[in-house]
Every structure is written in structure tokens, then in C-alpha cells.
Design a protein around this ligand. Sequence first.
Ligand code: CP3
Length: 340
Amino acid sequence: MTKPLLDLIRQQKIPGAPPVWLMRQAGRYLPEYRRVRAEAGGFLDLCYSPELAEEVTLQPIRRYGFDASIVFADILLVPHALGQKLWFETGEGPRLEPISCTSDLSLKGARAHLAPISETLSRLTKSLPASTTLIGFAGAPWTVATYMVAGRGTPDQAPARELARTEPEKFQEIIDMLVDATVDYLAEQISAGADVVQLFESWAASLQGEAFDRWCIKPVQAIISSLRAKGFDTPVIGFPRGAQGPLENYVRRTQCDVLALDTNANRQEVSSACGPEVVLQGNLDPQILVAGGEELDAAIDVILEDFANRRFIFNLGHGILPETPPEHVAQLMARVRKAS
Ligand code: CP3
């Protein structure tokens, strides 16, 4: 049995209908997720319980038959594994005890701390349909560091930018530790069965020029080259959301295999700037999925047309919104699968 999404990345063939999955496809828009989430107690309990995490990972696959399944976890489990305090305030999002250097952090216990996520992946290799590509993931170092330094999500990532500017050596130590932890974490996920891994750089937009190069490109480049040096040829999806510079530059420098486009990326421009060896992913506006109806069909058709002559993976430009009606996802699947 072949896996259409993995095959698309590995081979140069352009298929009829593109493979499709959605960022945050497991989550609060699904009633069956909310039930398991309530049963688990906290969000972190759910992430660290392989049996429950497996179940919520499978829920959207059962409903919609996506071509890929992304393991249920969170990018903030890595700082947690390094020893930083982490909790989720209901209805508000993540909270961490802010740090400004690595002195209270350690790589030592990280692998053992993250072992439940590998266990979830390993269970999924047995429970997923044989045609479903299994995706592992981690946050890219800059994005993870923005939460570590601010202690929460921020609109402009000011605390991390300030630390990077005023104490670059200290900030570099945080980034270096995240690079090491992420290489190890992704290697474990791949060994447990991940076919592909995605690096989420959700806050690429707040850095420009040299800062973007130093804190976004170089760490991702280091992660990918370390994985290759360890003998893993697993495809890597890069997602530099809102990145200001030319995206073909990001691909060339980081050596990611797939470039995930955010909602605002210009498909035609990126498509002509990136060679045919680059697989693109994206980039339906999650709000149009909330709207549904003819507007949704029309937006899907434009994306299919813009990418018609190249290898691409249908996805959203950012995570699915909690208020998304589940039937709109079914509508999306029918429309994308009908394409040929
Ligand atoms: O289905 C999947 O995509 C897999 C699971 C997944 C989650 N988070 C589960 C989650 C993935 C890939 C992530 C990545 C993640 N986490 C990112 C990068 C992607 C992006 O959206 O930019 C970031 C920045 C985080 C950090 C994070 N986790 C925030 C800011 C929040 C609060 C906002 C929110 O949506 O609630 C979370 C919580 C979170 N992570 C939830 C889920 C399903 C909701 C928690 C709940 O169920 O109460």
C-alpha cells in the first residue's frame, strides 16, 4: 500500500487530486475531541497520554480520511521537557515561567520527558490506515523561544526580540539548546514511525534581515543538516509563517523539502520563484473554511488552479479555527478530491 502524500514528496510525479490534510485538524471544532479533552482533564494530560493522544489524532482521519495525520502534541512540550514550568489557562492559552538564559534548563531529562509522544507515534503506525502519511512536528527554535522568554503568546514577540538584541550571546544559548533538543526530539519521532516532520515557525514575521537570518534560518538549517548527518532522509516541511524575505531563499538555505505557505503568501509568485523540486503546501484562509458555501468552493478552485502544474499538498494557511463547522471540512474534502 502506498502513501500518496509521502509518494508525492519522494517522486517527481504530479498527481490528479493533490493530497490533503489541515493544520490543527484535531481539536476543538470536533465534538468528539471536546469529549476526550474533558475526560483527560488538562490539555497537557492529553498530550502526555499516548492512548488518548492516539485517539484524538485518529478522530479527524476517521471522519474525513485525510492523506496525513499529525501527531497530537504541542510545540511547547520541548521547553517543558527542558525544565521550564508550563501550564494552560483554560480559554487563554499557554503560560510559562519566563526565562532569559539557560541556567535553569537542562537537556538531560528531555528525551525521557518526551517519550510519551514517541509512544503515541508508534501506536499510530499500527492504527492508521496504511495509506495515511504520519507527520511528526516541533516548533522552530525562534518561535518556541518567543514563548519561553515572554511566558506567553504575544502579538509582536517584543520580549524575545528585545533579549535577542540586547543580549545576543544569552539568546544564542537558548536557541542552541532548542536546536539540540529539537534534533533529538525529531530523531525520536522519526524512529518511532513519523514519515515526514514539520517545523512550525509561527512567528517568522517579527524578524527581518540579519535577525531573520540568525534566529530563523540558521537554527532550522542546523536542525535539518543534523538530521541528515544522523542518516535520516525523512522529508521536512518548513512553515515560516509571515516571513518577509523571499521564500525561495528560505528553502534554499534551510534545505527543507516542502514549503508550507501561509494565508497571505502569493501562490503564483512563490510558485514561479521555487523550482519544480520544491513541493508547496497551503494555503486556504482558515476564515473561508469557517464561512463555507460557494465562497469556500471558489477559494479552493483558485488554489487548485494556481498550483495545477506542480507538486503540492492542499492545506490551510494556518491552523483550523475552533468555530469551524465540521461539515465545511467535509465540503472541502469533497471539492479537493474531485479535482483531477
Ligand atoms: O492537529 C494538530 O495540528 C496537532 C496538534 C497541534 C497542537 N498545537 C494542539 C493544540 C499542533 C501542531 C500545535 C502547534 C502549535 N502550538 C503552534 C504552532 C502552530 C500555530 O498555530 O501557529 C503553536 C504556536 C502552539 C502553542 C499553543 N498551543 C497555543 C498558542 C495554544 C493556545 C491557542 C489555542 O489554539 O488554544 C495552544 C493550545 C493547543 N494546542 C490546543 C490544541 C488542540 C487547544 C487546547 C485545548 O484543547 O484546550
